[in-house]
Design a protein around this ligand. Sequence first.
Ligand code: NAD
Ligand code: DAU
Length: 340
Amino acid sequence: MTIIVTGGAGFIGSNFIFHMLQAHPDYRIICLDKLTYAGNLSTLESVMDNPRFRFVKADICDRGAVFGLFGEEKPDIVVNFAAESHVDRSIEEPGIFLQTNIMGTATLMDACREFGVKRYHQVSTDEVYGDLPLDRPDLFFTETTPLHTSSPYSSSKASADLLVLAYYRTYGLPVSISRCSNNYGPYHFPEKLIPLMIINALDDKALPVYGEGLNVRDWLYVEDHCKAIDLIIHSGRVGEVYNVGGHNEMKNIDIVKIICRELGKPESLITYVKDRKGHDMRYAIDPTKIHSELGWLPETSFSDGIKKTIKWYLDNEDWWKPIVSGEYKNYYEKMYGNRK
Ligand code: NAD
Ligand code: DAU
């Protein structure tokens, strides 16, 4: 079995590659990644010499490169993680989100049609459902919740999902889609809430909480997401959407306080800053379908997962220090420098 994993030098894609190489000792994994600011080859260092692994630097929008690679490797399965993934960046600069997340998806699926790929899997997000009100804890996203997006990022992901389902209906391309809640764990890029707070706290820097910190996210340890995708590509039904989440809803402010406590840092580092434009209030996944059809359940509790994650950042300064001291510094200054 040969699998092309796009975006595998990023957070979830790299964790998925590690999982697949270990769980399936006879599979070949090819990672196709453009290495944007979010992609990091050092993340894949431990598998670079594995004879069952190959890295190819390319853009999923580059038809020539994508068709060339598919022709060479004749993949059985394609799993698409490649995306512009940060909501705040999409608010600043939507164009690249439309290009990569929508046009890139179409390019990959065209190649799948051309080369008879047996499964195209789209890694999507719960953000395509928009948000839920804080005063209705009885409401959850199911696979039939209407798409109702808030940011250029979520709109580009929802557009891609619609294209994926259209390629299934129109061309019979064997597709599946997973829509997962917020992930956390090793190799999470420092711009996102949990790693940003860990790294800032370690440095005794301000912890910038948007608005009042009351927004709720539904956190899942990254390995659990990777296992869910492994199950869907092997046993999930073609043409179907599967929500992935572990019923672990938490307010942002509570996450930040847990990080302060775990690191022994004072809560006085917490600084409330101007809210994100169009900020979604609450995400909450109903994972009944993936549980009842495929038997998936999350294995890592938040209390264990956050400890493991914090330990990973403490033990892996070599990974994140070069990131936060490079171009990221300009990004940070632009986004947080004058944020009142
Ligand atoms: P990430 O930003 O950490 O990594 C994205 C990767 O894609 C990087 O390696 C980057 O170099 C690569 N990439 C970007 N544009 C590319 C292009 N044009 N061609 C080839 N490669 C390109 O993202 P992540 O957090 O790992 O998210 C991966 C996927 O999972 C995304 O599709 C995202 O929408 C989805 N998702 C993320 C979460 C989350 O909590 N992080 C939750 C649900 C779904
Ligand atoms: O739900 C899945 C989505 O989760 C994925 O599709 C996205 O790719 C991923 O980035 C993530 O989106 P969020 O916007 O939820 O994640 P982020 O880490 O950017 O923010 C989490 C919450 O924390 C959100 O309510 C905004 C808030 N926040 C974030 C940052 C970066 C802060 O309060 N301060 C910050 O500095």
